[in-house]
Design a protein around this ligand. Sequence first.
Ligand code: SIN
Ligand code: FE
Length: 296
Amino acid sequence: MTADEVLERLPVTAWHGPFDPAIQARAIEALECGKVLVHPDLPFAIEPREARLLDPATLGEHGKNVSLDPQTHRLSNTAVPAADAALLAGMMQRFADAALALLTGLLAHYTAQLERARTSFRPAEIEGRVYSPRRDDRRLHVDAFPTRPLAGRRILRVFCNVAPDGAAREWLVGEPFVDYARTLLARVKAPVPGTAWLLHQLGLTKRRRGQYDHIMLGMHDAGKFDAGYQARAPRAAVSFPPGTTWICFTDQVVHAALSGHCALEQTFHLPIAAMLHPEQSPLRVLEDMTGRRLVV
Ligand code: SIN
Ligand code: FE
């Protein structure tokens, strides 16, 4: 595979529209068929007083990201001194607003149904850290989260590389979702009866985990633990230098993040009814393959 097959490069150089209707049409079609939209010249402006935040020391001890909750505006997993917390939250909130403005202009069709989820800042270098296989995003996967069942809703993410030292974020982009699912679906075992109920009772999931989320998680884990898949599955290397902004459905695009530091990321959720082509969603693809409804 080549980078050209998996990327759609767009001449978008502003976070706010209006954008040319022809560009908007290209963007939504490419996104829904599983490409990564890339804006090579769309930097996110970091203010001079924020520059000191672009440092791995900004990160707390629990995990890879600092995150900002859209409802409470609270930060989690940061080690910045209290005096810098507002500065960091402000930078991340500005990115959240920019990402929303970008999608509102570029993917106007989604706007009414787009739900804002967490904003993250990823200051630490990916390469050379130690991760458990399940949490190792250097392995090819599509995103699936154990605690937050989506029941078929899409995961749409906007990333921007803000590394101050010129380091690119290096990704692999893998095969089309249907091929990923053809390989991995058969490895997903039926859930142990009562598990979804129990996880929810224990507060380990935000709602009951249904069949769709069970399958997505199962494929995520089976793929990450399969050394053969990791070694041999089709992939293209793609590089996102600082100043690049990229957008994709990370529940559909098979990806791995190999190296890089200092990225901002905004997550959105989207019901499949908002899509131009819902039949391209992972939910519909998996329902077709299993012959069952996976969301009740
Ligand atoms: C991932 O979703 O696998 C990580 C992407 C990144 O941080 O670049
Ligand atoms: Fe991922």
